[in-house]
Design a protein around this ligand. Structure first.
Ligand code: GDP
Length: 496
């Protein structure tokens, strides 16, 4: 029997500016024996790892929802668990709300760290109540979201926070059946830049399997070789396992943050299965029951409700607009101030559209909206905004009635071909053909859209596959699917 080891959780910290995220990360880093022994000098590689109660935990070093959104922009989440930081002297603030929206959209387990508890005249209950108003239902307020009081300054509550992170991780991964050893090696780029001497540097977190020096890697269709791997203590290592943060040297270009990298090891192998034996006993990334994470229902662009991100110049107009939105609208995030890049990225991952009232869109934000295919519009008259949003909301009913599903398949396997990730599917309905535009759904949620670029039936390339058959489907762009996700091909019904 193979021993099951739970993979290392990757944790990210979000919350309002000045609420103590950086200080909390420093306090957590201070618990790391290995770092202390090395004289406290850590190599900045975008994330660091500590050992708590003999278990590893990786923390993403750049806190905040902007970084989180960037890392998620290609569909894969860099983090497994989010810690929402709320300073008890300040309570829920605009960026707390934004962070909540991002956490919910990512659909990952989360907990709350109530920081700065060393300050006088504070009320934890008041903050918990504020959180419950924002839909973060903590213990004692109608929910079971864990809340840990901490003082990073006084180093109080840090152990408890780490305990709770591990507990939540273990609770959410009860369904772990162990490593199947054939699911490939994958990593996510969390930082990337050009170094004059070394060349392109990638800071990444291994999300599945193992990375080894000398291996080929593929990112966004480009190929490179791992010349060197550096860990978070600045040491050269020969391999990094799932959950590890690592610097990768030797890639040919500087990839975009959020990109997913893969490795086929020996690229002459067509199935690649031999190479993946390396990931045995390193834990499991694709875990059954993963989607049962205990988080609240997330509004998404599922075709039945219309996700919206709303920005207005002041609270008064914001409340007025919110009160008049049609019932089909799922307000993912609303707040005052200009439309930001992270709003666009949140809109992309939740398939929302973004509207602003009396606010500005910076050129760079507008450009991001264009490249990411996010609809962004600003208005100067509330009535116009409401009318247009209302029209779009109404059209949703028509959309619902005008779609015909021509193919539906369940993903039952996840493996890596020479260069691409393959979804092993069982076709439940209709048929699929190369070139079909499809969407991948997880429960009620659409997690990505892509084109079918290859269909394999018993290792043979085929043009089409029909109901009752099993096949391997390659999607482009890559979608971060999981087992039990459903691939759907639907065509609009053309009305006469
Ligand atoms: P960030 O913007 O969320 O990363 O916040 P920082 O970590 O930079 O902290 C903002 C300010 O709050 C700094 O002046 C910190 O010294 C202070 N601070 C952070 N944590 C604590 C704490 O636990 N107690 C107190 N009293 N101050 C804190």
């Amino acid at each position: 029997m193979k021993k099951i080891i739970l993979k290392t959780p990757v944790v990210t910290i979000l919350g309002h500016v000045d609420h103590g995220k950086t200080t909390l990360l420093d306090a957590v880093r201070g618990t790391n024996v290995a770092t202390r022994e090395a004289g406290g000098i850590t190599q900045k590689i975008g994330a660091f790892q500590i050992i708590h109660k003999k278990k590893k935990i990786t923390f993403i070093d750049t806190p905040g929802h902007e970084a989180f959104a960037k890392m998620r922009s290609r569909g894969a989440s860099a983090a497994d668990i989010a810690v929402l930081v709320v300073a008890v002297n300040d309570g829920v603030q605009p960026q707390t709300k934004e962070s909540i929206a991002h956490i919910k959209a990512a659909n990952i387990p989360h907990l709350v760290a109530l920081t700065k508890t060393d300050l006088p005249n504070i009320s934890l209950e008041k903050i918990k109540k504020q959180l419950s108003v924002e839909g973060v239902l903590v213990e004692g307020y109608g929910g079971d979201i864990v809340c840990v009081p901490v003082s990073a300054k006084e180093k109080q509550g840090i152990e408890e926070l780490l305990d709770m992170i591990l507990l939540i991780w273990e609770m959410n991964y009860k369904g772990n059946k162990g490593d199947k050893g054939n699911q490939g090696n994958r990593f996510i780029v969390i930082e990337s830049y050009m170094n004059n001497k070394i060349g392109p540097l990638i800071h990444a977190i291994v999300r599945q399997g193992v990375l080894k020096t000398g291996e080929k890697i593929y990112i966004d269709g480009r190929e490179g070789k791992i010349r060197a791997l550096i860990n978070d203590r600045g040491e050269k290592i020969t391999q990094a396992v799932v959950g590890d943060p690592v610097e990768i040297q030797g890639f040919t270009t500087v990839p975009v943050v959020g990109s997913i990298g893969t490795t086929s090891g020996d690229d002459k192998e067509s199935s690649g299965s031999k190479d993946f034996a390396a990931s045995e006993n390193q834990g499991e990334d694709k875990i059954e029951g993963e989607e049962k994470a205990e988080v609240e229902e997330v509004p998404t662009g599922d075709g039945k409700r219309l996700p919206l991100i709303l920005r207005a110049d002041n609270e008064g107009s914001l409340e007025a607009i919110k009160a008049s939105l049609p019932s089909e609208i799922d307000l993912i995030l609303s707040g005052t101030g200009n439309i930001s890049e992270s709003d666009i990225l949140l809109a992309k991952t939740t398939r929302a559209f973004v509207v602003g009232f009396n606010v500005r869109i910076e050129k760079s934000v507008a450009k991001l909206g264009e490249t990411e295919g996010v609809m962004v519009k600003t208005y100067e008259i509330i009535y116009e905004l409401l009318e247009e949003v209302g029209e779009v909301a109404e059209s949703i009913h028509e959309v619902l009635a005008t779609e015909k599903i021509t193919g539906r398949a369940e993903i039952v396997q996840d493996f890596l071909g020479t260069k691409f990730r393959i979804a092993g599917c069982r076709v439940r309905e209709g048929k699929f053909m190369i070139g079909d535009k499809v969407r991948v759904e997880r429960g009620e949620k659409v997690i990505g859209e892509a084109k079918i670029t290859s269909i394999k039936s018993f290792k043979e390339d085929v043009q089409r596959v029909s109901m009752g058959n099993e096949c391997g489907i390659v999607l482009s762009p890559e979608v971060d699917f999981r087992l039990k996700d459903v691939i759907i091909c639907a065509h609009p019904i053309v009305k006469k």
